[in-house]
Design a protein around this ligand. Sequence first.
Ligand code: GAR
Length: 208
Amino acid sequence: MKNIVVLVSGGGTNLQALIDAQNSKVIKKGRISCVISSNPDAYALERAKKNNISTDVIRRKDFNTFDEYDRSLTELLKSKNADLVVLAGFMTILGKNVINEFRNRIINIHPALIPSFCGEGYYGLKVHEKALKKGVKLTGATAHFVNEVCDGGPIILQKAVEVKNGDTPEILQRRVMEEAEWKILPKAVSLFCEDKIIVTGNKTEITL
Ligand code: GAR
């Protein structure tokens, strides 16, 4: 059984999708042991508590330097014995220390089809604002491993979602969550827990 730690910052609908997948046995070989938030007021923490999952908070602003923050987050994750770290709407960039320690063991969900609409400055609603501004007809979500390049690590799963007439960033965000994020994130976590993801360089292969 893999020990999963989920990092959150906000509403936590992706965390909820993971909890639901665990309860419905879509995720069979992993267990969420802890939810860590960058924001003490995140609703995601309530979702964890309702499901008897332990919680913790770590804020970048409580550290003098980014390096101290990076090292403390690494130690916190090690103290939780995390096999897998999931970024489910985690809005703080990770440092090199934590990325090195958990190489190909950190999965992020990004609300666009990488390499479109990704990288620094592309997070949350901003991603959908930019997709609408460009006028793309298809967008979607990507589950990927985290490396030193922002949104640049090995892609695990992607799912496309249609952009429709009259979409606002909020409407599009909701459709991308419902049709893509809440499906591919639990699936990617499940594949990881079953040791079905082989990483070669910056690519992955899913074994049957
Ligand atoms: C989700 O759309 C997630 O993909 C996005 O933030 C939202 C969090 O929602 N993440 C990023 O933009 C990361 N670059 P949630 O808290 O309801 O899961």
